[in-house]
Ligand binder design. Structure first.
Ligand SMILES: Cc1cc2nc3c(=O)[nH]c(=O)nc-3n(C[C@H](O)[C@H](O)[C@H](O)COP(=O)(O)OP(=O)(O)OC[C@H]3O[C@@H](n4cnc5c(N)ncnc54)[C@H](O)[C@@H]3O)c2cc1C
Length: 125
């Protein structure tokens, strides 16, 4: 997410449309602001999970929360970054295309995100 947002900001400064960089459009800036915010929140949560793991305090429920929420958020952010690249976002020559593909499978392997929610819900009992 961090790498994709960084690259997308650079791309939006460079890509010209309607007489200027696509960063001139408020929609572009708002979408990037959302992506950057989601990425910062994800980093804070991930760091907290790592700290708990190192202290031996990381629970199964929280690991499932991390896997499901971080990969769902990764999917949202990567999809937006690809969209902001336009057609080039779908070309393998651009890093965001591979990042998007890599992001999509994260919600499936290692246990699907539906199964992660099942694991979280077991703590309700
Ligand atoms: C690139 C890649 C690499 C992989 N590497 C490994 C590996 O190294 N080692 C390994 O062991 N496995 C590996 N896998 C397998 C991976 O872990 C499984 O694909 C994953 O756990 C999902 O299982 P499944 O494909 O059988 O899907 P299914 O279990 O058939 O699920 C299909 C759909 O039904 C949903 N579903 C299933 N059960 C429930 C339920 N109880 N409640 C609600 N929804 C449900 C799922 O969420 C999913 O949406 C890999 C998969 C991929 C794609």
């Amino acid at each position: 997410m961090e790498g994709a947002v960084e690259r997308t900001i650079e791309y939006c400064k460079e890509r010209q449309a309607f007489g200027g960089p696509i960063m001139q459009f408020q929609n572009t800036r708002f979408k990037l602001a959302e992506c950057q915010t989601k990425t910062a929140v994800a980093r804070a949560f991930l760091d907290e999970c790592i700290a708990e793991h190192l202290k031996g305090e990381f629970t199964v429920e929280k690991a499932a929360m991390a896997k499901y929420w971080l990969t769902d958020t990764q999917g949202e952010v990567l999809d937006e970054c690809l969209q902001l690249h336009g057609g080039y976002g779908f070309m393998q020559e651009y890093a965001v295309a591979e990042m998007w593909t890599d992001a999509r499978v994260q919600r499936i392997y290692g246990g699907t995100n539906e199964i992660m929610k099942e694991l979280i819900s077991r703590s309700f009992k």
